[in-house]
Design a binder for this molecule. Structure first.
Ligand code: PMP
Length: 457
């Protein structure tokens, strides 16, 4: 570690010398972190202290939803190491771990009468969603000429095909209307409008579409923790299906039980089943692995088209070992139960803060360990963009807690920690958050509150 630390300054230089669009370094407008190790819900950052000294700072991590079973979980680390020592090959060979992983994933999916689920492994959420779109388009007569529907704040990945259906990204370059062959649904945020408004928007958007492909995030993350309101999904999916369309649920971020008991994917209980569903980030606890689950009847045309799908690293033996160990850890540690319980503690704490600070907190939403606190600038409920940036920085600098910011106006503090988040972590987090809210109100009252709009994410 010491040796690595000595090269830190050159590392930072190397990072900032890449092309500007790839320089996304967390907390770049306050103090970037040099994270060199992590354990469970904590990350350790190092910095120089004096001529020969190194100072290590431990942060409570509530912004990383990827290390689902905890940073550097020893069981997952061991599985990766042991498999790497034996062999790492591509999907052209058979391996029992793949069969076991596939069965475990299928067990989490709803029964599909007269059909069954196929599981395809890739390396990332983007690869899975890209493949899902290809399969879905093959399932329609219009193919690539058909329309793809997403929400107006959706993010589905970084490939060319997905950027076109990721308004979150398109809006950042001033594209405010859908690209050719795509349509946008209004993201159903019941903080701003009632559910009926969004249900009517579904009707309007689907009108005149034939065999549409819907790609929809069950838990809208960059949208600022938006979960579809009661009845919305049923309406949307039925609308797509009656027009002969195909439904993809993008659970890349919120799958693997983050939303709590009974919600391995998040759509359970809504009465609808997608044709295709994807999950990525949490599946390998940081190791790149992702899946596409698709009904056999839906992948039929893709299978029969005659073009082989081959993905060099997708489903390699080490990735499969990482995913299998992660899923087993989720079961052993009963993490869905933990998400429900600790998520409930955090949410109740946030609601109390909302009562205490009605002119600072406008909304508390989410489920399990996928929670959002919408900050407002005043009693007029205008978005508290600067306030959110301030809170996020103070949480880090004064209390060593890492949070993240999302939402249409960058005014939502998003809490999505490792699913192993415990009572001690929740208690400390709420205490720190309460202190920061008090400081925020005091600094606004006494006129010392000044921050730019740039978020420290
Ligand atoms: N879908 C959603 C909902 C996501 O949040 C992300 C990543 N932020 C992706 C897809 C893309 O996943 P990846 O970065 O692994 O390609």
């Amino acid at each position: 570690l010491r040796q690595k630390f000595d090269s830190l300054s050159s590392l930072q230089e190397a990072r900032t010398s890449v092309t500007p669009s790839c320089q996304s370094i967390s907390y770049s407008n306050t103090k970037p972190l040099a994270v060199m190790s992590g354990e469970n819900c904590y990350l350790t950052s190092y910095e120089s202290a004096g001529q020969h000294g190194i100072e290590a700072t431990v942060y409570l991590d509530t912004r990383n939803n990827v290390p689902s079973v905890g940073h550097s979980n020893p069981v997952v680390v061991k599985a990766i190491a042991e498999q790497a020592e034996l062999v790492n090959t591509n999907t052209r060979y058979l391996h029992p771990d793949f069969v076991e992983l596939k069965q475990k994933i299928i067990q989490t999916l709803p029964d599909v009468p007269d059909d069954d689920w196929q599981v395809i492994l890739t390396n990332s959420g983007s690869e899975s969603n890209d493949l899902a779109l290809r399969i879905a388009k093959c399932n329609t007569k219009s193919g690539d000429r058909g329309v793809v529907i997403t929400t107006d704040i959706g993010y589905h990945g970084h490939t060319a095909s997905l950027i076109s259906v990721s308004p979150y990204k398109l809006k950042s370059i001033g594209e405010t209307s859908p690209r050719k062959g795509t349509k946008w649904l209004k993201h159903p945020n019941t903080y701003t409008r009632g559910a009926q408004y969004y249900i009517e928007d579904v009707e309007e958007t689907l009108k005149d579409t034939v065999e549409p492909v819907l790609i929809f995030e069950i838990g809208m993350s960059v949208g600022g923790v938006i979960l579809p309101p009661e009845g919305y999904l049923g309406h949307l999916v039925n609308g797509v299906k009656t027009r002969g369309g195909t439904v993809i649920f993008d659970c890349v971020q919120t799958g693997c039980g983050r939303l709590g008991v009974g919600k391995w994917w998040g759509f359970e209980g809504s009465g609808v089943t997608p044709d295709i569903v994807t999950v990525g980030k949490p599946l390998g606890n940081g190791h790149p692995v992702s899946v596409v689950c698709v009904k056999r009847s839906v992948v039929k045309n893709f299978d029969e088209m005659g073009m082989e799908y081959f993905n060099t690293f997708g489903g390699n033996t080490v990735s499969v070992a990482a995913a299998l160990a992660t899923v087993n850890e989720m079961e052993r540690l009963k993490l869905m139960e933990n998400c429900t319980r600790i998520g409930g503690v955090l949410k109740a704490g946030f609601k109390k803060f909302m009562e205490l600070h009605p002119n600072t907190i406008g909304d508390v939403r989410g489920e399990g360990l996928f929670l959002g606190v919408e900050l407002i600038a005043s009693s007029e409920r205008d978005p508290g963009t600067s306030e959110t940036s301030w809170v996020c920085s103070k949480m880090k600098d004064d209390f060593r807690v890492l949070t993240t910011i999302d939402g249409e106006h960058d005014s939502v503090i998003v809490v999505k920690p490792p699913q192993t988040f415990g009572d001690i972590e929740a208690e400390y987090f709420l205490w720190a958050f309460g202190q920061v809210l008090k400081k925020l109100e005091a600094s606004k009252r006494y006129g010392s509150f000044k921050v730019g709009k740039k978020t420290p994410t």
